[in-house]
Design a protein around this ligand. Structure first.
Ligand code: SAM
Length: 258
């Protein structure tokens, strides 16, 4: 069981979808035409796997957290995505899963949780010569939405000031100094960013917090109800209209062989 176990239902319900432009970008870049197999590593509830299924023969969706895969199965059924092969497994086992060669491996906000060098080496053996990797992540905005300070204040009260890093992924996103990609076979890197306007109700913003590893119900334990009550009242006091806005940048980093 991971910190995402109890977060999984909140993840499936409250995490906003990535913008559609991300999928168009991936489809065009790799000429996905419904004949390729792709892999979504650290798939969660199929955030990337389900929308990408329409462009592929099979999406192999892999995640070590069975609760995430269970949510993914429900969402895929509801959306009619029948060509997804789900597996509960850690990325370190990717070569033991009986996967065929894949054209693309996507990782949405998941690479930082993995043994990154090992995964890159393993994927070098699994991805077709003209294929590649796609990392999708949300960029922290230069000007965070003002309500984020309220949420972080309540989080710090309950879990300590460093709670986001303490319960977050081991590594930061790709593309930082000391870039592992440059040293891997996937050393040709391109990035594209897509802007998305988001609006949350109070209900959605509270539910969203339980989808994060650092404020998941597993981390909060028996303080979850008190945390929720404080968060609700602080957010309602901060903005009585109950509408919370954010402009988010989703970054798509594509890495291929030279
Ligand atoms: C923030 S969620 C991302 C889910 C989804 N890819 C998305 O874009 O929304 C991170 C996911 O990585 C998974 N994960 C954590 N450690 C992992 C590992 N060692 N190998 C593969 N996946 C892992 C978690 O279980 C979780 O589902």
């Amino acid at each position: 069981m991971t910190t995402f176990a109890a977060a999984a239902p909140y993840y499936a319900r409250f995490r906003p979808a990535y913008p559609e432009a991300v999928y168009t970008h991936i489809r065009k870049r790799f000429r996905l035409d419904g004949t390729q197999h792709i892999l979504d590593l650290g798939c969660g509830p199929g955030t990337l796997a389900i929308p990408l299924a329409r462009f592929t023969a099979v999406v192999h969706a892999v995640d070590p957290e069975s609760a995430m895969v269970a949510e993914g199965l429900k969402l895929a059924e509801a959306r009619g995505a029948v060509n997804i092969a789900w597996q509960v497994a850690d990325a370190s086992r990717v070569l033991d899963l009986g996967l065929p060669e894949v054209a693309v491996c996507t990782m949405g906000r998941a690479f930082g949780w993995m043994d990154r060098s090992q995964v890159l080496a393993d994927l070098g053996r699994l991805i077709t010569p003209d294929g590649g990797l796609v990392f999708v992540s949300s960029l922290a905005p230069p000007e965070p939405p003002p309500w984020l300070k309220v949420i972080e204040g309540v989080g710090a009260d309950y879990l300590g000031p460093d709670y986001r890093t303490r319960y977050g992924p081991a590594s930061g996103p790709v593309g930082e100094p000391g870039d592992l990609l440059a040293a891997s076979v996937f050393s040709h890197v391109e990035t594209a960013a897509f802007e998305q306007a988001l609006e949350f109700t109070l209900e959605e913003l509270v539910g969203l917090q339980f989808s994060f590893s650092y404020t998941s119900p597993d981390v909060l334990g028996d303080r979850q109800a008190a945390y929720e009550a404080d968060l609700r009242s602080d957010l309602a006091r901060f903005d009585p209209t109950g509408r919370f806005f954010e402009t988010r940048q989703t970054v798509c980093t594509i890495a291929t062989r030279r």
